[in-house]
Design a binder for this molecule. Sequence first.
Ligand SMILES: NS(=O)(=O)c1ccc2o/c(=N\O)[nH]c2c1
Ligand SMILES: [Zn+2]
Length: 260
Amino acid sequence: SSKYVLSHVHPMWQGPLAVPGGDKQSPIDIVVRKSVFDPQLKPLTFQYDPRTCQQIWNNGYSFLVEYDDTSDKSTLSGGPLQDPYRLCQFHFHWGESNAWGSEHTVDRRLFPAELHLVHWNAERYSLFEEAVMEENGLAVIGVFLKVGKRHEGLQKLVDALPAVRHKESVVEFTKFDPACLLPTNTQDYWTYAGSLTTPPLTESVSWIIMKQHIEVSHDQLAVFRSLLFTSAEEEVQKSMVNNFRVQQAMKGRTVRSSFT
Ligand SMILES: NS(=O)(=O)c1ccc2o/c(=N\O)[nH]c2c1
Ligand SMILES: [Zn+2]
């Protein structure tokens, strides 16, 4: 008789605890006193063209603001990077409460949310999908969000979110300059070699985590939490919250800082 094997459904966010043989997994806790200042790290150069902004897509994990990455119109260079990297999308991770939600932490400090600006090395690879699988294929800028005053630049994005409430929904979204989401006081950052924090979890990411957080209002974050993991057809609707991965072992890696 055919044996039914019930595969236990483990929540995506616990995910495989570590990719088999994975020794450069993300996210991590940044232990400030163990980070090493690297004077050779350059300042970051963000050259974003708002005209490359195309749409917002609910992919069932987060909502992605997607950019036209068929040419070098929106790029990140400098920092730890050898080449310029092309912006392809940005997205966030957040909690069901303001007490947690970020993927990375600083000396174990949790933030209510974390922004990821995703870039890929179009000097070496011809497609994002290719770069995802390769060493030095991706560069992701992480920015922590704190609850405080309303973020005027974010509001245009917040107002568009109800249109992508369900998984698989897409809405046109243009002329958005992601530079408005970057910290203003300082460009200080930490950097380390890591991985994607959602499948395929490949170890292709140069992580650049900004030391300075940005502030968004409680109400703006509440709109993130009004999104759903589930598509319009599914009977049971699940709120899109806690879409962060558990932290991974350092396995001997060092976090470098651009500041003393
Ligand atoms: N969350 S994350 O590590 O920034 C990230 C960025 C880009 C990604 O593309 C993915 N699959 O194609 N997963 C993923 C995670
Ligand atoms: Zn992410």
